[in-house]
Design a protein around this ligand. Structure first.
Ligand code: AP5
Length: 190
């Protein structure tokens, strides 16, 4: 059996979703779909959407569902050729998860694997603090990191229960070095 190719990559801030999704894009040819990256592109371009999103992102809050769902819907339109995709940071709420099913159904597709990267909270905080020193991402300040983690446990983690009714999640230890996590991820997707 081949690799599952329509993926939701799940995990708290700093768990390595973006890092692993980029490897899946570069090595397996999957389309990397990240609302966080898309919103940061809007911010950099100074668009109205970018300005609106900043008000939420800078506080570590989620951007409203309707905005995110519209953005992902447009992005998924290009998926009709079926090369496969990795959703990194979507869905993050139960309403987003329920919209995803409908969007993919219209394209004649469905998610075929949900993978969770498990990483202890101290490691997450350390990784994000290191990135703050290196890259100055607006939402990597200690207070905002705390809030992003809170939002993950309150609003996003429960999505696993919702998705799990149809597709049980596969758990991967996200703590080891990047290549080790990637090898385990491929095993989980086989
Ligand atoms: P988003 O950009 O998705 O941020 P996030 O989920 O907080 O994730 P991060 O990028 O911080 O972490 P990651 O898990 O991708 O890890 P990474 O690989 O970067 O979202 C930002 C904001 O946008 C949200 O707060 C919200 O406001 C808004 N937003 C986005 N999606 C939304 C949605 N669906 N609905 C509503 N609002 C939404 O790694 C982190 C660091 O660790 C890096 O420095 C990396 O080099 C390092 N690292 C990674 N893996 C390892 C490893 N194995 N060992 C050591 N270091 C590692």
């Amino acid at each position: 059996m081949g690799l599952h190719r329509r993926l939701v990559l799940f995990g708290p801030p700093g768990s390595g979703k973006g890092t692993q999704a980029e490897l899946l894009r570069d090595r397996e040819g999957l389309d990397h779909i990240s609302p966080g990256d898309m919103l940061r592109q809007h911010q950099a371009a100074g668009s109205e959407l970018g300005r609106m999103a900043s008000a939420y992102m800078d506080r570590g809050e989620l951007v409203p569902d309707d905005v995110i769902v519209d953005m992902i819907k447009q992005r998924l339109q290009g998926e009709a050729d079926g090369i496969g995709f990795v959703l990194d940071g979507f869905p993050r709420t139960v309403p987003q998860a329920s919209s995803l099913g409908g969007m993919l159904e219209q394209l004649g597709q469905a998610v075929d694997a949900v993978v969770v990267l498990d990483v202890p909270e101290q490691v997450l905080t350390l990784r994000l603090a290191r990135r703050a020193a290196r890259e100055h991402r607006h939402d990597d300040s200690p207070e905002v990191i705390k809030q992003r983690l809170r939002v993950y446990w309150d609003q996003t983690e429960p999505v696993l229960g919702y998705l799990g009714e149809r597709l049980p999640a596969r758990h991967v230890d996200g703590s080891p070095p990047v290549e080790e996590v990637y090898a385990q991820l491929l095993e989980a997707l086989a």
